[in-house]
Write a protein that binds this ligand. Structure first.
Ligand code: MG
Length: 229
């Protein structure tokens, strides 16, 4: 692919490489921000003893948290309890603000898989979630951006060393993609390449040194990352 797809469209070069001969990078490094949504699946809110929030619960991850497919998740020294979270990531395609629900499709570039890694112990003790959810390598993205996708009912799965841990569907989201983008855009101007994480289904758990987590989303593919201490 040539150029910057957000500004010049997708231009194929015609050159083909075998997947095993290349290293995939994260398909996007957000210009300004990753907006996460907490507790957007009722079963997940319940499993951690939380209520479903009355409105989408937002947090930020910095763009320095992004890594690509296969890159190691470096477990931070300040946490003994890092959790995986399989999520559908929305990639914004146009600068926008206060987007009405019926125009949200116009500002979405596409979708990819994300792992919203969370230092669960620090999330509880810090009060703010910045460190717990924003540490370096806490946002694997990939393997690519799917630009044509109906997100109403997609399987969202997660496997730890091959064992299925999360098995949900985007149909279980309390707020859907359009509602989330519209809501987030009331607070933030969204830039091309910004990401919105739509929340994780139940089944979250801890990942430790040497283990690998795979996020699989129907219609997109599989994002796989090892963890290292
Ligand atoms: Mg999450």
């Amino acid at each position: 692919m040539n150029g910057d797809p957000f500004y010049s469209g997708i231009q194929l070069t015609g050159v083909r490489h075998k997947l095993e001969d290349v290293r995939l990078l994260a398909p996007v490094i957000p210009r300004s921000k990753i907006v996460g949504i907490g507790r957007n699946f009722a079963e997940h809110a319940k499993e951690l003893g939380n209520e479903v929030p009355p409105a989408p619960l937002m947090f930020l991850k910095p763009n320095t948290s992004v890594i690509g497919p296969g890159d190691p998740i470096v477990l931070p020294s300040f946490s003994e309890a890092v959790s995986f979270e399989s999520e559908l990531a929305v990639v914004i395609g146009r600068i926008c603000k206060d987007v009405p629900i019926e125009r949200v499709d116009d500002v979405i570039f596409g979708y990819t898989c994300a792992n919203d890694l969370t230092a669960r112990d620090v999330q509880k003790t810090d009060n703010q979630w910045a460190r717990a959810k924003g540490f370096d390598t806490s946002c694997p993205l990939g393997p690519w951006i799917e630009t044509e996708l109906d997100t109403e009912d997609l399987a969202v799965r997660g496997r730890l060393d091959g064992e299925i841990k999360q098995d949900g569907s985007t149909s279980q989201m309390i707020w859907g993609v359009r509602e989330l983008v519209a809501y987030v855009s009331q607070a933030f101007t969204l830039l091309p390449g910004d990401i919105i994480l739509t929340g994780t289904p139940s089944g979250v758990g801890l990942i430790s040194d040497g283990q690998r987590y795979e996020v699989e989303i129907e219609g997109i593919g599989t994002l796989s990352n090892p963890a290292r201490r």
